[in-house]
Design a protein around this ligand. Structure first.
Ligand code: ADP
Length: 456
């Protein structure tokens, strides 16, 4: 059964049951009250009758019960009051033959007491009251009590009508309530099925009640799912882009190598030409080898435990200076080092790779005889390694792009020095692995600052 149906019945059934039970008690109570008050009146009347019978007999000696009752019976008959006299348990007198028959239990009356019963005569209810006149005579006093039963029947009819009317009203209210309560759930169910089909654009009406809160959670969940889904799509896209770029980058030097080796097949080449072509082949092979090493460094370290230790900053810097000596000399670049920290907690190989990439880029972008500065310092939270150059700077909108794999601002220039656009994406990855980050600040015409931030 649908939830709305359950709510509907859950309201209707108990309400109708309560109304019926209440009506039942109300009707019975009022019937008992009416009945008892009528019987009280009739016993009062019977008492009066008894008194007048005894008075009459006392005053007029010679009158017996029969005589007195004959007189009273005529008078009472006109007033729809019926009397029956039983003498020696036998019918002795009646003022209406319809009431002659009396239950034998009615005749077993104690002194100063009554027997009573209700009998239906001619489709009407009558109250029978039995009274002992003396040891031999029992007087039965009969009164119409149909009015009380009629009143009860009318009450039953009235309560039935009221129950039906209230039932209809409650059915209507229950229908509205069940629909109102289940509408958001129904909407939620519809949206859920949309969600299961991959549509994350869902917005449910939020509120303060439980359903409203559930809708709120549902909205948060769908937003989160949408975000995750987009991230997943972006990841797949970027992976695809990475593969496309990688195959392109590999293909370019391979095509060159193939072209030069084809040229070398030509026997008529001069020695000078042969050396030149072989140098091209070597340079392209180096480029592939360099790319391979960088990719390997990243993929190896991503999949294996990092070797995080406290490393002396001076030692790292000395090693880097040696590594970059020739490059610096080629362009007469002055490398200024301002180191204010003793140690840094990092994977030495990866951190050196990141710093080296930044210095290489800085040298590459700088004109001859310029300065490249390395400023190293710390605050309460982090250690900072800044590589500052006096190059041409980077356009604002390029800053976020240059960290993407294979992205190069000036493709021709970058390719000429062997760059495949992997350096900064490697630096970013290294910083991610250290829970740190790479910050880039740049001003066109003034130079750039690349900041490696290592959390302490
Ligand atoms: P590559 O290895 O080709 O240099 P990178 O990922 O290191 O690749 O750099 C991506 C691009 O970012 C480079 O092509 C270069 O144009 C730009 N770039 C990197 N460092 C600097 C810098 N210090 N100043 C200006 N541009 C830079």
């Amino acid at each position: 059964m649908k939830l709305s149906g359950k709510i509907f019945l859950g309201i209707i059934i108990p309400t109708v049951i309560v109304i019926i039970i209440m009506s039942y008690f109300l009707i019975n109570r009022s019937f008992d009250n009416n009945f008892n008050s009528k019987i009280n009146i009739y016993t009062g009347e019977l008492d009066n009758l008894e008194d007048s019978i005894h008075n009459t007999i006392d005053k007029n000696t010679g009158y017996d019960y029969m005589k007195v009752l004959e007189l009273a019976g005529k008078y009472y008959k006109g007033k729809e009051k019926y009397i029956v006299l039983y003498k020696y348990r036998k019918l002795a007198y009646t003022n209406n033959e319809d009431f002659n028959e009396v239950d034998s239990s009615m005749l077993d009356v104690d002194d100063d007491s009554y027997t009573s019963s209700i009998k239906k005569v001619n489709n009407k209810h009558y109250s029978y009251l039995g009274l002992k006149l003396d040891d031999n005579n029992v007087l039965i006093y009969i009164r119409d009590i149909e009015e009380v039963y009629k009143y009860r029947n009318n009450m039953i009819k009235l309560c039935s009508i009221i129950t039906i009317i209230i039932g209809v009203i409650i059915m209507f209210v229950a229908y509205i309530i069940s629909k109102t309560l289940t509408r958001p759930l129904f909407k939620m169910k519809k949206e859920m099925s949309k969600l299961s089909q991959g549509n994350f654009d869902i917005s449910l009406k939020e509120g303060k009640d439980e359903i409203g809160q559930l809708s709120k959670d549902f909205n948060i969940m769908s937003k989160e799912l949408k975000k995750r889904n987009n991230e997943l799509i972006e990841m797949i896209d970027s992976k695809q882009l990475f593969i496309d770029n990688l195959s392109h980058e590999m293909n370019t030097p391979l095509t060159s190598i193939y072209g030069y080796s084809k040229l070398l097949e030509n026997a008529e080449l001069s020695e000078e030409q042969k050396v030149k072509y072989l140098q091209y082949i070597q340079s392209e092979t180096n480029r592939i080898s360099d790319m391979y090493k960088k990719l390997l460094a990243i993929s190896y370290k991503s999949n294996n435990e990092l070797d995080i230790q406290y490393n002396k900053m001076d030692i790292i810097l000395d090693e880097l200076k040696n590594e970059l000596k020739t490059k610096l000399e080629e362009k007469s670049i002055n490398l200024i080092i301002d180191n204010n920290i003793n140690e840094i907690k990092c994977d030495k190989i990866l951190a050196s790779l990141a710093i080296s990439n930044l210095i290489r880029n800085a040298i590459e972008i700088s004109d001859e005889n310029k300065e490249v500065k390395i400023h190293i310092y710390e605050d309460n939270n982090n250690k900072y390694i800044e590589v500052i150059d006096q190059g041409k700077g980077i356009e604002e909108e390029q800053i976020s792009k240059i960290i993407e794999p294979f992205y190069r601002v000036d493709k021709a220039r970058s390719r000429a020095h062997g760059g495949a656009g992997l350096g900064l994406s490697i630096v970013t990855k290294v910083m991610e692995l250290h829970n740190g980050k790479l910050d880039i600040k740049s001003k066109i015409g003034q130079g750039s600052t690349f900041i490696l931030i290592f959390p302490k």
